[in-house]
Design a protein around this ligand. Sequence first.
Ligand code: SF4
Length: 561
Amino acid sequence: MRRGELQSEIASNQQISEGQPEVAASQREVAGEGGDDLAGVPTLEEIDRHPMDDLLRTERLPHIWCPGCGLGTSLSCFTSALMRSGLDLDKVSIVSGIGCTGRVAGYLRLDGFHTTHGRAIPFATGLKLANGDLKVVVFSGDGDLIAIGGNHFIHAARRNMDLTVICVNNFNYGMTGGQMGPTTPTGARTSTSPKGNLEHPFNIPNLAAAAGATYIARWTVLHARRLERSMYKALLKPGFSVVEVISPCPTLYGRFNRRKYGTDMIEYYHQKAVIRHDVRPWEVDIDLGGEITCGEFVDIERPTFQDRLEEKFGPLHPSDDLGLLHRPPVELEAPGEGMLTQTVLPQGASSPTSPEEEPRRLRALVSQAKCLEEKDRPLEILLCGFGGQGIILSGKITGAGAALYDEREVTLTQSYGPESRGGACSTALIISDEPILYPHVTCPCVIVSMSQESYTTYRARLAEGGLLLIDADLVEPDPAADQMVLPIPATRIAEQDLGRRIVANIVMLGALTSLTRVVSEESMRNAILDRVPKGTEELNTKAFQMGYDYGQGLLSEKATA
Ligand code: SF4
């Protein structure tokens, strides 16, 4: 469906939903005489598209947000407001910074920019100045916009830049571990204020009003209809418009403050939210467990920065002067011809070799991993994927197995982006029988990759003759790459056989152990039991065993018969 058609369909749906007789009639029709006649209502199987599908990058779903998080509601209100605004979607850009909210820019099928921490507003300012025809929306979290990006926020408001800012306030830095943020209420507990926050939080509407914003509203995600309406107004309001969305973060903020489920937070909003449009912005502080004043607090007219610019210099299209914007596209280098692909597919999948040849070929490949045999040299290993997959934990387990149980020398370094949950992350180990003088891994002999992004980022660093283990369902290897790739269905095994996707990393460790022996089997088992959360030992042991057996199955003599 084209965007224009989508917009008119939504508009007509809206008209219907606003016309009471039609609603009543259709409800009667649905209810029927006996109340259970669903004639005319499409079944779930018949509904193959959601009205918002065209606005979402569905290939990126499922999203990374936790159950009970308010970000889904925030996004859904925004998409509805955007569709109803009538704005030309080809001229709408979404800019976000870092954090759980920052992922919004990646999920919307619009021109989107996921910028560095705190820099969404300066990026958006540049975008708007370069092309005044754009509607530029900044969609980010309280930590990103009000702490590290705080100065940008107040100065953009002061200038009255023509930007719409949606600030999702969950009272803490969710993505990076629940640290105290600029809006954490006094007394609230977070991972960095276990005895309670001593500081006074920013009152976002007051900050925005003092700095000069033209439209300011605050709603909780419980007020979905009002929130959507305010987003709609903010989108159409010239100047610096701000909508603050109070949103649950049950996983971190809620857990530390006795509201560990999303519903606990919603119940709190239900009890404590009051709507007051007449209130002054400095009267809407949020105290721990206290009232949350919601409403539209500011709606004023003021010349925008662009108005003043045009008044002085006449109509401007600065992008016309930027030769950079008119560069010819750069041709991508074609992959070299004659490159050999040595991808080994899992049993059952279509293979470049015959099924009989496959295990033999696999053993040959593993044995070709010469660096595994070079016992006199330090062994470098890189485990990579995205935040939330337990990559760092896998590294710690592997390191502990090698150091504490195999009694070898080990170094471990870890790296993850500013968006630890869902962003690329890796952990690198060196295992040696001699003291290790420098912990940096440059040329790993084994890479374990559990996401496409990490595969693309790191695969070129694999040592010659090294092995690449990939998650068979999450990584598509480059057919032109001359590398030994072993696909392991770790996530599939974790989901289908163990019912817990979260143990895919341990399944992968099982396969890594059986295929490479970088750590002995017993040591790896001990290290797993030492490090997994209490109560999950049995599940993790099983996960390790299944991965181990999968690796053994690939290598077994029986398979060659
Ligand atoms: Fe939402 Fe908090 Fe989870 Fe982030 S950590 S996705 S804010 S619940």
